[in-house]
Design a protein around this ligand. Structure first.
Ligand code: MN
Ligand code: MN
Length: 294
């Protein structure tokens, strides 16, 4: 590397007045299979410099949008400590009037972000994920990344969170959902997205959620490993990068925050970090445009 400071590209705006704040959470202490997600925030920052500042499709220059990179939180060992830090940091971002963009790290961070936003407004959540993440606990840990959507559902309500792209779930999770959450917790699997396209899938999720405002959590393993090989628990038959782009486009006018989690640079050929960085830029441009249009 040269002397380039390790911040996200075109994120040199001061905190005060920033429309968007990027926050890295280098946490991967609950990883069940392949750890290393803690290196993803900086891998995405490095990859972000490979793109033109001008966004061709939207006709906007990223350098004209006020984005602040707040750097990384401390690398903590316990989920509870990490969640507290994330909550406090996102509080600060919201106090500043900015849109939070959180770079994981593991999916276990999402409930911390949601808890901070929930103190200020009502909203639903779309999760893109290969996994249901609905176990009540995993390896005796309720804060495990395998429980991310379950913990998130306790913050916004099971009716207000919909995973899309699911293709990996345990029999126990499925039985519990059928028994205790029938008609209240719903999801859309990757086969349905393949059949109907992402547009109808997102619209269906929004109908179920029934709220005007929405948060998007992107677990990178929602994508097929062909598009995103650098992830902790790769799962074939996933979403394409175009599907994710479509979801971002459709959700942008409603978004209150965004996280991208579970990229593991040790297993990456560079493409996953590049895709992650590019999706972050897509979120920034799409949300900026949606807000400017109002
Ligand atoms: Mn997952
Ligand atoms: Mn997940």
């Amino acid at each position: 590397m040269g002397a380039r400071p390790l911040t996200f590209a075109d994120a040199g705006a001061p905190l005060k007045g920033a429309g968007f704040v990027i926050l890295g959470v280098p946490f991967d202490a609950t990883s069940s299979f392949r750890p290393g997600a803690k290196f993803a925030p900086n891998a995405m920052r490095e990859a972000s410099w490979n793109f033109e500042t001008f966004h061709h499709q939207h006709g906007i220059d990223l350098s004209d949008i006020a984005v602040h990179d707040a750097g990384n939180l401390e690398d903590l060992a316990r989920v509870e400590d990490m969640l507290k830090e994330v909550h406090t940091a996102v509080d600060g971002i919201l106090d500043n009037g900015s849109f939070p963009i959180v770079l994981g790290g593991e999916h276990s961070l999402t409930p911390g972000v949601l808890a901070a936003i929930r103190e200020r407004q009502d909203f639903g959540v779309v999760v893109l994920d290969a996994h249901m993440d609905f176990r009540d606990e995993y390896l005796n840990l309720r804060g495990s990344h395998a429980c991310a959507t379950r913990r998130s559902s306790e913050i916004v309500g099971p009716e207000a969170i919909v995973p899309i792209g699911v293709r990996s779930v345990s029999r126990d999770e499925l039985e519990e959902i059928g028994r205790d959450f029938r008609g209240r917790f719903r999801y859309i699997d990757s086969h349905e997205v393949r059949r109907t396209g992402m547009g109808p899938a997102v619209r269906k999720a929004l109908r179920w959620i029934g709220k005007r405002r929405c948060y998007l959590s992107l677990d990178t393993d929602a994508l097929d490993p062909a598009y995103a090989p650098g992830t902790g628990t790769p799962e074939p038959f996933g979403l394409s990068s175009w599907d994710v782009l479509e979801a971002v486009k459709l959700l942008a006018p409603r978004l209150v925050g965004f996280d991208i989690v579970e990229i593991v640079p040790n297993y990456d050929n560079g493409n996953t970090a590049a895709l992650g960085a590019r999706i972050v830029r897509e979120v920034i441009v799409a949300v900026h445009k949606a807000r400017a249009g109002k």
